[in-house]
Design a protein around this ligand. Structure first.
Ligand SMILES: Cc1cc2nc3c(=O)[nH]c(=O)nc-3n(C[C@H](O)[C@H](O)[C@H](O)COP(=O)(O)OP(=O)(O)OC[C@H]3O[C@@H](n4cnc5c(N)ncnc54)[C@H](O)[C@@H]3O)c2cc1C
Length: 397
């Protein structure tokens, strides 16, 4: 058998020039701008109000938005790299941006009417409008669609929304929330519609800001919709076709979350190496002990393998139309976010171990990484849901 060129592109192993530049630029920006405030954000559960405008001004919002709408006109892979870079230096900012970009902006851009796109996308791209996604409810988490109780009843040229949304990232600071509600409840998951709900609409209320164990700077809310009248023009996509909107965005969100975890693993490694070199016991740096060396080496090896998998899946979906080839993409997205969550928790666990007692102290950066990490095995579909998606595809069930 002779080997012949098929004319297809080479195997892809490294970032190209433009992607490398984006990663380096955003990393520098995030380190200078957001790393210094991460301790205050965590301790006080504080969100810096100038964060979104600053990100918009720097050109790091609206990554995939065409330039004529005020975006950066980049590809999906670039937006995932932005999430990686931000999360390395301030995971709470990384999460807030992911919720804004992937969960809200991209869905309005891909599914919204020209009027909605015109009204929201330029402002979301310059950071003057902050977005969020309202899907989860007190009784509807993993079964978000089937168990949804929020309803939207047509009344003239409005829909009247009633219900409660829980754990909504950016909820307390958002200007627009992409809310899912049942317009035809008797049709179950096939009677759900997506709405762009402006948060100053009467009947929209942030019932409480939720206190979290990690990602504490990222603001999380319980939202109550009580007779909230939303104009029919604010329907995103088609009435009763909300499942299509939510599912097409979810895969990209999962891949974005996995990229965030590369950044967090990288930071866990840097902190561990620094500590292993500087901390002395028994008259020598702890990094001279083989047990500590082993933990550092394992964080490195796992981070590198995670990066390779993430970049591979990121490249695979990069050129796909929004929501195309869904079954294959969903399996790959679920696999990469599952693996990322497992790797991250192993890496931050080792990193805290290397730091000994100091790693257990609340204000330490490594402690923040450890506390934050657990969410990434729960949000956007738990580990179990991710495994179900993968197994369903592999086993055809
Ligand atoms: C900090 C934070 C931010 C969030 N941000 C947002 C947001 O911005 N917007 C939004 O809409 N939602 C958001 N969420 C919600 C998140 O997506 C849900 O918490 C998640 O989907 C799990 O739902 P649940 O918490 O109701 O858990 P449940 O669904 O009640 O699950 C409880 C346990 O049961 C397991 N389980 C459930 N069903 C099955 C099954 N069929 N087979 C096996 N095991 C199963 C789960 O894996 C889990 O271990 C956020 C959550 C948190 C904590």
């Amino acid at each position: 058998m002779t080997l012949e060129s098929t004319g297809t592109s080479s195997p892809w192993f490294a970032l190209g020039h433009d992607h490398r530049l984006i990663l380096e630029q955003v990393e520098r920006f995030a380190r200078d701008r957001f790393w210094p405030v991460q301790e205050r954000m965590d301790t006080e559960e504080w969100w810096p109000d100038d964060a979104f405008p600053a990100l918009g001004e720097a050109g790091y919002l609206g990554c995939t938005v065409p330039t004529e709408l005020g975006g950066a006109g980049l590809d999906f892979f670039s937006s995932a790299l932005v999430a990686q870079a931000l999360s390395k230096w301030n995971p709470a900012v990384g999460l807030a941006v992911l919720a804004h970009e992937n969960l809200c902006l991209n869905n309005i851009l891909a599914n919204g009417s020209p009027d909605l796109v015109e009204r929201f996308i330029p402002g979301m791209s310059d950071g003057t409008i902050v977005g969020a996604l309202g899907l989860t409810e007190p009784g509807a988490g993993s079964d978000a669609l089937g168990s949804m109780r929020t309803t939207a009843r047509r009344d003239g040229d409005h829909y009247v929304l009633n219900g409660t949304k829980l754990y909504i990232t950016n909820g307390p600071i958002a200007d627009v929330v992409l809310v899912y509600a049942k317009t035809t409840p008797e049709n179950g998951a096939h009677g759900i519609t997506a709405f762009a709900v402006e948060t100053d609409t009467p009947g929209f209320e942030v019932a409480q800001k939720m206190i979290k164990m990690g990602f504490r700077g990222s603001q999380t809310a319980e939202i109550v919709l009580d007779g909230c009248r939303v104009p029919v023009e604010n329907v995103v996509g088609e009435v009763d076709k909300g499942v299509r909107v939510v599912m097409s965005g979810l895969d990209l969100e999962r891949i974005g979350l996995a990229f965030m975890m590369i950044g967090m693993c990288e930071r866990a490694l840097e902190l561990s190496v620094d500590y292993a070199k500087s901390r002395e016991q028994f008259g020598q740096a702890i990094g001279t002990f083989q047990f500590v060396q082993g933990m550092v080496a394992d964080i490195y090896a796992e981070t590198e393998s995670l990066r390779a998998f993430c970049y591979q899946v990121g490249a695979e979906v990069n050129d796909l139309e929004h929501g195309a080839n869904r079954q294959h993409v969903s399996k790959r997205a679920a696999a990469v976010v599952l693996q990322a969550g497992l790797v991250l928790m192993r890496c931050v666990d080792r990193a805290v171990q290397i730091h000994g007692g100091s790693g257990y102290i609340w204000e330490m950066e490594v402690n923040r990484l450890y506390r934050a990490g657990k969410l990434l095995q729960i949000g956007a579909g738990t580990n179990e849901v991710r495994r179900i998606i993968i197994a369903r595809d592999l086993l055809g069930r």
